[in-house]
Design a protein around this ligand. Structure first.
Ligand SMILES: [Zn+2]
Length: 280
């Protein structure tokens, strides 16, 4: 069985997603064979009037932590983080570099005509379609999940194409909504100097949200790929509520995890006494 762009379009219409903003977390491999590959999946959704957003993470733009930017309870071992290679590379939204583990669909999307990419060095989102600028334009290093908030505000959808809840970045925004401070990591600012930027915590335990989100989910199959769709606004609200009720819900199964305990404790303790403008 070969999946075509028109199969994608039919599935999109069947799920009632036409004209909506979508955040895809995808495994192209989950489909079996797709005629036209990753681009055909995106084009099938665009043909239904959707705005297609993806995480387009690019950790090669991370740099080691400067000694004066190491907040406590930040879910990391600073000695090990200090070994991050320093390439001195400065990200720009025109970059087409995407981590290979993000998959073929984000890699294709960032090269498409009309695609828009956010201003976050290694956790950018990218989008194509009619609302692309609306969802992407306000992303900043310290507003990493702004695109997901806009997605919720637009009554968009989180769409898992052959992936699971451990891929659902919206659950990190739910952590913030529940009152946690997001972890800080480091990258060069536009002038090439290190700055702190927001990033997500550990997502290895996110399958534990299955029960919380079950009543919101709808599913279909396209080729061999299981599509799971979640309304962004209600998902964010339900997940944040679940974290407030039981902060342990985000804890992964690894007793050695250095991120989960710090995230559950509330995230990094930021020094607010140093005015950011006083940095060199
Ligand atoms: Zn963990």
């Amino acid at each position: 069985m070969v999946v075509t762009a028109s199969d994608i379009q039919d599935a999109c219409r069947g799920l009632g997603l036409s004209g909506s903003a979508l955040c895809l977390h995808s495994s192209l491999r989950s489909f079996g064979r797709v005629e036209g590959g990753a681009t055909a999946v995106i084009e099938g959704l665009l043909a239904e009037g959707c705005t297609v957003m993806v995480p387009a993470f690019s950790w090669a733009f991370a740099v080691p932590p400067p000694v004066d930017m190491r907040p406590p309870r930040n879910g990391c071992d600073y000695d090990r983080e200090a070994e991050t290679p320093q390439y001195g590379v400065t990200y720009t939204p025109e970059s087409t570099e995407v981590d290979s583990h993000m998959g073929a669909i984000p890699a294709a999307l960032v090269t498409m005509a009309g695609s828009v990419r956010g201003w976050h060095p290694f956790n950018s989102f990218a989008a194509v379609g009619p609302r692309a600028h609306d969802v992407i334009d306000e992303q900043r290093p310290l507003r990493v999940y702004r695109p997901l908030q806009v997605l919720a505000d637009l009554d968009g959808w989180v769409v898992l194409l052959g992936t699971g809840l451990t891929s659902m970045t919206m659950l990190h925004l739910a952590e913030k909504r529940a009152g946690r401070t997001l972890f800080r990591r480091w990258a060069n600012n536009r002038r090439g100097w290190p700055m702190m930027v927001e990033t997500g915590s550990c997502s290895a335990g996110f399958d534990r949200f299955e029960t919380t989100l079950a009543s919101l989910e709808r599913q279909t199959r396209v080729g061999e790929s299981l599509w799971r769709i979640f309304p962004a606004r209600a998902t964010l609200r339900a997940a944040a509520q679940a974290i407030r009720m039981n902060p342990e819900i985000t804890r992964c199964a690894d007793p050695e995890c250095e991120r989960c305990p710090d995230a559950i404790a509330g995230g990094p303790i930021l020094q607010t006494s140093i005015a950011p403008g006083l940095r060199p």
